[in-house]
Every structure is written in C-alpha cells, then in structure tokens.
Write a protein that binds this ligand. Sequence first.
Ligand code: GDP
Ligand code: CA
Length: 321
Amino acid sequence: MSAQKHRVTLLAGGVGGAKMAEGLAALPDVELSIIGNVADDDEFHGLWVSPDIDTLTYSLADVIDRNQGWGVADEGHRALETLNKLDADTWMSLGDRDFGLHIYRTMRRLKGDRPSVIARDVARSFGIKAEILLPTDDRVQTRVRTDAGWLSFQEYFVRERCAPEVRELVFDGLEEARPAPEALAALRQADLIVIAPSNPLVSIAPVLGVPGIAAALKASGAPKIAVSPFIAGKVVKGPADRMMAALGLRSDAAGVAERYRGLAETLVIDHADAGLADEIRAEGLAPVCSEILMKSGEDKARLAREIVDLAFAPALAEASA
Ligand code: GDP
Ligand code: CA
C-alpha cells in the first residue's frame, strides 16, 4: 500500500457524525476534513452555543462524556446553579467546562472573527488534527412547527425532549447563506466524500442546503459514500425515525437512500437491512452491508476502514466481507 494519504471530507451532525469522524480520524492513511452542522446553534445567557460542532470537537479531543455522547466528561454545573438561582431558564444543560468554550466563541464573534476561523482555532487548541469546518459563516437556524406552534431546534430537542410531532421544518437564513470557502475547498479537493450516519433532515439537510455546497459535492469526481443512521428500521438514538414518519417519509434505510439520491453512489447499511437492497438500488444507490452500530473505538475505526477500502481498494473490501 502506498503511504499517500486519502483526503476524506465528511458531512456530519452531532453524535452520529462524531462517531464516524472518530473512526476516520483513527486511520493513518486518512487526512480528514469535517463539514459540521450549524443549524442547531442558538444563544443562551448571551452566549453563542454550537452543539453539533462542540460534539465533534469534544469527541475528537477525547474529552466527550462517553455515556451521554455529548458534553464534556468530568463536568460540573455550578454556573447553571447560579443562573437557576437568578431565575434564568436552565433547561439547556450547559456544564462549567462547556461554558468556557461558549464564552470564548462569543468573545471572538463579538470581535468580528469568522465562525469558521473560531471553530478551526478551537479544534487546534484541543489538539485535533482533523479540520473542523462550517458550511457557512452566516446564521442558519432550524425551526420546528408542532401542534403547539413554532419552536427553536433546542426548544424542541432539549426542552420538549422531541415529544411533539414535527409538522414542518424550516431553516431560517439558509437561502441567503453564503458557503464558507474552506468547506467548498474541502469538497473540491476531496478524494472521498462521506455522509455520516447523522439525521438526514436536521443535520445533513441544512449543510447540503447552504447554496453552493450540494453543487460542489455533485461537481466532485470523488466517490461519495453515505452511512445509514437507521438499523432495522430504527434509529440508534434521537428523533429521525419519528420525524421522517411524521413528515410522510419512509423511516428506514430506503428512506435515507431517497434523501441522498443523486448525492451519494453508495449507501452502507446494516446486515439487518439487507432486505431493503433492491429498494435502495431503485433510488440509484448501491447498497453495501456491514455492521454499522458503532459502540467502541474499534467499531468506529473498522467501519471507517471498510468505507475507505470500498473507495480505494474495492477488491480488498470485498475479500474481507
Ligand atoms: P445529533 O446532531 O447529535 O442528533 O446527531 P447526528 O445527527 O449526527 O446523528 C443522529 C443519528 O445518529 C441518529 O439518527 C442515530 O440513529 C445515528 N447514530 C447514532 N449512533 C449510531 C451508530 O453507532 N451507527 C449508526 N449507523 N448510526 C448511529
Ligand atoms: Ca444536532
């Protein structure tokens, strides 16, 4: 095997995205760039919070709370206690260590620094070798329509614990957003583009929806491989299954293929979903079966290895299947 590194660009949301990112980051022959989701961002206590970008950062820096899959391990909540005493809304659980990052990000934003540059600097300070990129430096925010009215994404996700049925999703600011030059470059220069097993509707759609991002992906001649966040018709975590069903979409790996039609050539699905292969092919994606539940670091690196071999050493991937 040559010592040349493969430039891999990953589109990722939070928890599912970070697992895939960790797997790819563990491969010695991969140079990884990750385009994260900023549509979950919101302001709390005057601070700009970027949950999906922070999940990527904390995971790759190995300071993530592994039980929760988000937030920092060994965390305290003294700042939140004070805010609670002061009658502030504290449903968004922000830990003390975490607050430090939000203070820093907000300070840099107030100075006029580009959010992409701030995210890059944070990642470097945390010792991360992969590039963490933003699809846009502009403000894009997911809004969720429920029977009780419109909610911000964090109100829906954290405060209401995804209980209300989702009637409609909109991304405020998406149509006017300008793509970040670093994200466009990462798509242009990629040898392989991977779509993480993230929520297709609220993590991947607002990345691809930034004008210019989907076009750059489509213009790339690199292989494009997506990984299903659904296993046996269920999500591992989160509301993607209920969300897709409530919006009249198929909530299984074939529904994911439908979302990524024309955007990826290959969909990696679980062995449990082998029965959906024909329906996935009908959407124009080639299904590849694997074990796609990632629990340990070994699971993540093994799946990442299979994806990279699928792109660059297909014979090897088949032989080991
Ligand atoms: P969020 O922003 O934190 O909600 O995370 P993402 O959008 O990146 O990922 C959420 C999706 O990750 C859910 O739909 C899960 O089904 C999926 N997911 C979580 N863990 C795994 C895993 O180990 N394997 C696969 N294939 N999907 C996973
Ligand atoms: Ca998210």
